[in-house]
Design a protein. Structure first.
Lengths: 94, 477
């Protein structure tokens, strides 16, 4: 599978990463190698095989959705808190 | 204060010394903390300032006769696992100053049994790596040869045990991250069955593959730790409800009935000749001891690593989306737009391997490639599971090398991700199929580097692989 420079930039943008020119070139080369290795699964005929989400089917269901008291400590490490709200950068660009 | 010789200690020896009043848990803990401060392998990221208080509490329980087998025993915890009040960096710059707000269930159970957390060990960033060179805190050096890697990602835990600066440790294993560094550093490590130990409080890398597991200098110590860590936890939806056996109490039973299998695909040309010879010698030994051993085939082994490098990065890119610098972790300039804020925090906070895997995972999950890659890899997972299910009808335990080679040089593979990924070739299948696996040292190569044996067991077959591991350890003495 070929990965061009434009694709690397688009993927980085989706993943919210900013890459230097050098990183773009390096990842392009390295990911090309990795993708050509993983492509070996295309040799298999998987048309009749079912997918498995995990190795062990634990059969567990999510626990009951019970309300619990909030833990104020959980936002204690946010960069800036104002009136028990976390301050975030502007969502819309000016 | 008595000077305690920290080499060759294990849980039984420490408990005997506590009973004989040779030293207290506090004295032992202080010795370890001093040894960690003097360490030159870079095994630890931080030391716990709660350790002395925990040790004093343990001493009280010991004096009152209310101790468990683990009371007062120091424990090193991989910095990917949360301990309330202690830093949990995941060896990443993005979490450099993050303090855990709760304790992982596995750690909680061990401290409830009286263990003393002495510090947090170095690892590859977010557990992504096979050499411990991907840490924002620098690489861990192998105590057997400091020009070589300790393995990864739980390299700090493995090296700390080998350097005698911790008697027991916790690691996590997503594709071999306990077993491979254990093999490189000459210690024992267990990846439990998926769901055997709660993942609650382990910073997620690839949720369908991650497991917390014990690391120690003896197989018996793995059994002690697992007994207390394992079991159902409602905080982990994939936790198994099966009863937990008393692993250490059942190690010395007659195990000659166990049928052993040699998976032929694990003895291919990819393996170093000295490693192969050592594993084969061990197999011959077991034959002489009277075990029934036969060759078996796991035909899809060759596709396991490819499937792993599709499943894992896809899950990594999803799990790491949470690191946005808003609620915790690295922050940026508030004047930036939200998009620029995210990009600044993540680009400055993540290391090269993390970025590489996030980009790869984003690609695998993107429209047009999801069906071609992720879905197909999940089908390969089914084939690998079927391989093991079939083989475990014929045999009880599989014997294989833990790694294709012994520890490689620092820097040798760091510029070649694919070569690095290939060092996981014998360990990833267990994670994909969810089965349990144990790695233990059995010999050394010509450079005096440890060689690791791997025992793979069926789902919830921990007792059997611990029994065989213990038997090998005793007979090889």
């Amino acid at each position: 599978m070929e990965l061009d420079k434009k694709q690397i930039i688009a993927l980085a943008d989706l993943a919210k990463l900013e890459l230097s020119e050098e990183e773009i070139g390096l990842y392009q080369e390295q990911l090309k190698d990795v993708l050509s290795y993983v492509d070996k699964i295309k040799d298999l005929d998987l048309s009749k095989v079912k997918e498995s989400l995990t190795g062990i089917a634990t059969g567990a269901l999510p626990r009951a959705d019970k309300a619990k008291a909030s833990v104020p400590g959980i936002i204690k490490q946010a960069g800036e808190i104002r009136d028990s709200y976390v301050v975030a950068p502007n969502v819309f660009n000016k | 204060m008595p000077t305690i010789k920290l080499g060759n200690l294990n849980i039984d020896k420490i408990q005997t010394a506590f009973k004989a009043r040779d030293f207290s848990s506090e004295e032992l803990t202080r010795e370890y903390l001093e040894a960690i401060r003097a360490d030159d392998t870079n095994s630890f990221i931080s030391i716990s300032d709660l350790a002395i208080e925990q040790a004093r509490q343990a001493d009280k329980l010991l004096a009152q006769g209310q101790a468990t087998a683990l009371t007062g025993i120091p424990l090193a915890v991989k910095d990917l696992i949360l301990v309330e009040g202690l830093r949990a960096t995941a060896a990443s710059k993005i979490l450099e100053n993050y303090i855990a707000s709760y304790t992982a269930t596995a750690v909680k159970r061990l401290t409830a049994a009286g263990m003393v957390v002495i510090g947090k060990t170095n690892c590859d960033e977010f557990a992504m790596g096979s050499s411990n060179e991907n840490s924002a805190f620098g690489p861990v050096l192998n105590p057997h040869d400091k020009t070589r890697v300790a393995g990864g990602s739980s390299g700090g835990s493995a090296a700390a045990l080998a350097a005698n600066i911790a008697p027991t440790a916790l690691g996590t294993d997503t594709g071999g991250s306990i077993r491979q560094p254990a093999a490189f550093c000459g210690v024992a490590g267990l990846k439990p069955t998926y769901g055997r130990v709660s993942r609650y409080g382990a910073i997620a890398m690839a949720s369908s593959l991650d497991q917390i597991g014990p690391m120690a200098t003896t197989v018996k110590d793995l059994a002690y730790l697992l007994k207390f860590m394992a079991g159902y936890d409602e905080m982990d939806a994939t936790s198994l409800k099966a009863a937990v056996p008393d692993y250490p109490a059942n190690l010395n039973t007659d195990i000659k009935h166990l049928r052993l299998g040699i998976p032929i695909e694990y003895f291919s040309s990819k393996i170093d000749s000295q490693v192969k010879t050592a594993i084969e010698a061990q197999i011959d030994n077991l034959k002489k001891q009277g075990f029934s051993i036969k060759e078996v085939s796991l035909p899809y082994t060759d596709y396991a690593l490819a499937a792993y490098y599709l499943l894992m990065p896809a899950e990594v890119s999803s799990n790491l989306a949470r690191y946005d610098g808003l609620l915790y972790g690295l922050v940026a300039d508030k004047k930036l737009s939200l998009d620029q804020w995210y990009k600044t925090v993540r680009s400055q906070g993540f290391g090269a391997e993390t970025k590489r895997r996030v980009i790869l995972g984003t690609y695998i999950l993107s429209a047009g490639y999801y069906d071609a890659y992720y879905k197909q890899a999940q089908k390969v997972r089914t084939l690998i599971k079927n391989d093991f299910e079939r083989v475990f009808k014929e045999v009880d335990i599989l014997i294989a090398p833990a790694t294709p080679s012994t520890a490689f040089k620092v820097g040798e593979k760091s510029q070649d991700p694919l070569a690095m990924y290939l060092s996981d070739v014998f360990t990833v299948s267990a994670n994909i199929a969810g089965i349990c696996g144990l790695s233990m040292p059995i010999a050394k190569d010509r450079n005096n580097l440890p060689i690791g044996l791997q025992l793979l067991g069926r789902p919830l077959g921990e007792l059997e692989i611990l029994q065989l591991g213990h038997f090998i350890e005793q007979t090889n003495k």
